[in-house]
Design a protein around this ligand. Structure first.
Ligand SMILES: *Cc1c(COP(=O)(O)O)cnc(C)c1O
Length: 401
């Protein structure tokens, strides 16, 4: 298994400073190989959901190993083109976007998934059958780690509810739209394989309405392990079940199966290294305050997510229980009652599984700098984004005229 060692992480932090994101490109390759092994059929394609991590070097690495890309904004589409992806390997899964943005994506030649009746109708009226589309269907099923990251249930804003099928069909017929794809994505952190299978059943009931169908896009939500005892999505079993379902279906057996993994590809490739500023021995807890906060890694506060945290300066010390917090003027607890090897001020703490939705969701809150990013390739660390400097905080602000 590809993993960076304690020594590599320490050395990299010493070289580039903290807080620091470190990515291991070979780990991304390994994760892709796992998917390819499980989903071995040539009719299965993968598109990296790049909202997880968009550093251009990560995108290029992913392109080089043969993965396509799934974008959730027009700027991500432009980044993908900038990274060298060909339009035919780029998906634009739009959500809540203006029609102008969809036209822009069309002009760039990428595959577009539409997720509202309103934009579907506008597209049909403007372009008819001259440009194929994929439709995001909301299957009205529950799946995902928690409600904030569940996107397929019957109160979710995502997709066109399956209950509006007749309206979809009316628009498609009236404006002669060429529907080549059907799409579902029901959430993140889905370890229950039945969620995928139920989603497929919903799509299978409607595929016969779309005679030009070329692909069914099952989105993603593959879960990875954040800690011991976590149940990751069993992709081998999932592949077996999905292939069985598709093979047994009159229409679906001839279409391609697409996936859009984000977290699965990059989560474990990422490490976030911070330094301990202060330790407070209070009655209720020992607070370990690091030089970061939810401005750099928001997942614990936003999703109540668990990240393994290790004291890489003292990996084999006596275990003690700590509250690990940041330096923001706001509650920014990374972990509570967490056992960790004994700490002292100046030690480096490493957060694991920091590749997905880590740097990407960072901000300049409290006017702190965004961290630097380093990528390991062939055992060599490369600085792929420098740390902010003071001027960055002011660069878009204008004098009064
Ligand atoms: C976020 C997202 C993904 C990726 O989800 P992960 O849980 O990171 O794998 C895939 N498809 C769409 C449409 C998304 O919005």
């Amino acid at each position: 298994m590809q993993q960076l060692s304690n020594e590599q992480l320490l050395k990299t932090a010493q070289q580039f400073g903290t807080p620091l994101y470190v990515y291991h490109s070979e780990k991304i390759t390994e994760q892709y190989q796992k998917l390819k092994t499980a989903f071995y059929k040539p009719n299965t394609r993968f598109f990296y959901a790049c909202k997880a991590l968009t550093n251009i070097h990560i995108l290029q690495h992913i392109k080089n190993i043969g993965v396509g890309i799934d974008c959730s904004s027009i700027n991500e589409v432009k980044l993908a083109l900038h990274a060298g992806f060909e339009p035919k390997n780029i998906l634009y899964t739009s959500n809540g976007v203006s029609f102008e943005e969809i036209v822009e994506a069309k002009n760039l030649g990428v595959t577009i998934t539409i997720d509202s009746l309103s934009n579907l109708e506008k597209f049909g009226q403007t372009f008819g059958n001259t440009y194929p589309l994929s439709l995001r269907i909301r299957p009205n099923i529950m799946g995902g780690g928690n409600i904030q990251i569940s996107t397929g249930h019957d109160e979710s804003k995502f997709g066109i509810p399956i209950t509006q099928l007749q309206q979809i069909l009316n628009i498609v017929k009236q404006t002669n739209i060429n529907v080549e794809g059907l799409h579902i994505h029901t959430g993140s952190d889905i370890s229950d394989i039945d969620v995928f299978i139920k989603g497929i059943e919903v799509l299978f009931e409607i595929v016969h309405h779309f005679p030009n169908l070329k692909f069914i896009d099952l989105g993603s939500g593959f879960k990875v392990k954040y800690k011991d005892g976590d149940k990751a999505t069993d992709i081998n079993l999932l592949a077996q079940k999905i292939y069985e379902d598709f093979d047994n279906h009159a229409v679906a057996k001839d279409v391609e199966i697409w996936f859009e993994p984000g977290k699965f590809l990059v989560s474990e490739s990422g490490y976030f290294i911070t330094k301990i500023n202060v330790i407070k021995h209070n009655e209720e807890a020992i607070f370990v305050g690091v030089n970061s906060g939810f401005n750099h890694l928001i997942r614990p506060m936003f999703y109540n997510s668990y990240h393994t945290i290790k004291n890489i300066s003292n990996p084999n010390g006596v275990e003690k229980e700590y509250a690990i917090t940041g330096n923001l003027c706001e509650t920014d607890t990374f972990a509570w009652q967490r056992k960790m090897s004994e700490t002292k001020e100046g030690d480096l703490l490493c957060f694991y599984n920091a590749g997905a939705y880590g740097f990407e969701m960072s901000s300049n809150f409290n006017s702190r700098f965004k961290p630097a990013e380093v990528m390991f390739k062939n055992d060599e660390p490369h600085l792929i984004r420098k740390r902010d400097v003071f001027e960055d905080l002011l660069k878009n602000q204008l004098p009064l005229d």
